[in-house]
Design a protein around this ligand. Sequence first.
Ligand code: MN
Length: 142
Amino acid sequence: MKEKILIVEDNPRDMRLLDMTLRAKGYSLLKATDGEKALDMVIRERPDLIIMDIQLPKINGLEVTRKLRNTLAFSHIPIIAITAYAMKGDKERAIEAGCDAYLSKPINTRQLPGVIAEMLLHRQKITSSTNGDGNGEEDSRS
Ligand code: MN
């Protein structure tokens, strides 16, 4: 089965663009339009990867990312940050908060699928190489 991707985006036009782009690749998509809903969705659905807009209502994307990184069960989910205002220091802030990659808007729909595929592949390698080392980390996946 194709991986589950959570799209966190409050701008309807960007959400539609991301939806179309990733649906075409066959991913199973989840959506959240603010930071609170994003956290709820991660807890309930345990997505394989998250696309995180940074400017969000309620809890911004950096704060959502920090919260996830501080929770063992969600600390390894790949997160791609997306921001509308590509300002100096944005990328550094996103990476510092725990995002694995950073893209600026307008969203490059040709580039994004490759970035996602690569991150999912990398994640699988990490998962399989750390399997069975008995580090005691809880994992409900079977
Ligand atoms: Mn936004």
